[in-house]
Each structure stands twice: as structure tokens, then as C-alpha cells.
Design a protein around this ligand. Sequence first.
Ligand SMILES: [Zn+2]
Length: 283
Amino acid sequence: MIEVSCYNCGSTHHTLYATENGCSLVKCAGCGLLYVNPRPSDQEIDESVKVGAHKGEQTLNSTGHYMATKVAIYRKVLIDIYGMELQGRKRTWLDIGCGHGELLVALQKLCKGNVAAKGIEPNRHKIAAARKRGLDVGYFDLASHDERYDSISLLNVYSHLTNPPEFFRLVRQRLRPKGEVLLETGDTASLPVDKHPRPFDLPYELSFASEQILLRMLKQCGFEIISVNKYPAIKLRFMKGIIVKDIVKRVLLRKTSKLPALYTQLRAAKYRTDMWIRARAAV
Ligand SMILES: [Zn+2]
């Protein structure tokens, strides 16, 4: 584990916000960012993401599986953000950290051949699964890659990055003039600790930002903001049916709930913590 300063403002001053899985999540005294400190070394993080195993007191598995519900959610959000734009002119799209390829599938369905989309993903199990679906997914280092794209998306990637500002500058270099970025992450750093969605999934998740922190950082990295959309936590939207059944069982059959973590999220639902930022490379 290595001791780190805040990647957003450089401050080394912080207070303890919460602990989980043998890791400490601290709040930066300078800007309010929540980040894991000390955190695993860069080398350990690189190794962990390739196999989807993240060591704390318990090892977290991040491989998971393909989720059709996610495709439906993404499709709806894309329509909210872009309207009919994606059915218009042809564009190239790179989805960084594409996982099992749900966004690529949503784009295929929505854009009817107008978007040539490919994904990069470090987890080798996810790459193999996405390829089986016929998706164009592989892994390459963004810094040594020379193609440019009309759109680059980063969904649920931000909180796993060790240095987001550095990464945003790299992303900007891979965009065509007026190219766009689509970023999804949580807007949770300003929440009181008892209102923050749980589990934090430490040390797989390394930091949590807020809308204010993100908009400022993107502008400093050469982006102009087009739109910000916010929704209740994505996990919660997945689990709606399960939660309703659980409530019925609890109330009618007086059975004990098996979903305490989900109820914490349900209480936090009003905060609309799932944030989507669309931004353009400034000229
Ligand atoms: Zn800071």
C-alpha cells in the first residue's frame, strides 16, 4: 500500500470518512474528494484489473457477467442525452473500460449502423466474453495508441483511475477536433457518510468525486461541458423488482429482509447519485 496525496488539488490534509474491507476512505481537506489512502500500488492495481480480483481483507471479484438490463438502461440514458443525434451522421466511438460490452450493444441497437464502436477493457475474462458476442473489444495502452475518435465514453471507470486528470488529458488527445467525451460516475463526495451508497467496494473503487469537482477538472483538462444528467444509483434501478418483492415478503409474510445494503441505497435514491457528463474538446 502507498500513501498518496489528493490527485485533484494536491493537498495531503484529510480526515477519515469511512473504513471498509481493511481500507480507509479519506476526505480531502482541500477539495472534498473522497479517496482511498493508503491505496494499492500502481503495479498491484494493474495486475488486479486484468484478472478482476482486488485484495482487501476479502478479495473482491469485479468480473461479473453481461447484463441485458444494463443495455436497456444505457439505451434510455443515451436517448435522454443525445435525442436523435446518434441516428444522424456517421461517427466513430471508443468505449474505455467497456466491460462485457453493454454500451456497445446499446449503441448498435440505437444507431442502426451509424456508429462504428469499439471497446477497450483490461479484464481478460470480460474481453473474451465480449468477443464471443461478436463485439470489437481488445486491450491497448491509450498513451501509445494513435487513432482518433468522434466520441469516447468512460462509464463507471472514473472511480477506478489512480490519476483522472492525467487520464482526461490522454483521452482528449485521442479525440478528433470537437470530439466528445461521455462520462458516467457517482456524484457522492458531498454526501454525509450515512447517506453514501454502500458498499464502497474498496479497494476496487479508489475515489469518489462530486459534480462540482468533475466539472472543474474537465474544464482544466480542456473540455467544455455540454450537459449533465443525473439518475438514482444504477444498482438500485437494476434491483427495483427484487426490492418490491422483498418489501411484499417483509410486510405481508413478516419475513426478515435479505437486502439491507439495498435499502441503504434506496434511502439514498433521492440524491440521484448516478451522474452522466457530456463534454466537448475545447478548441
Ligand atoms: Zn483535494
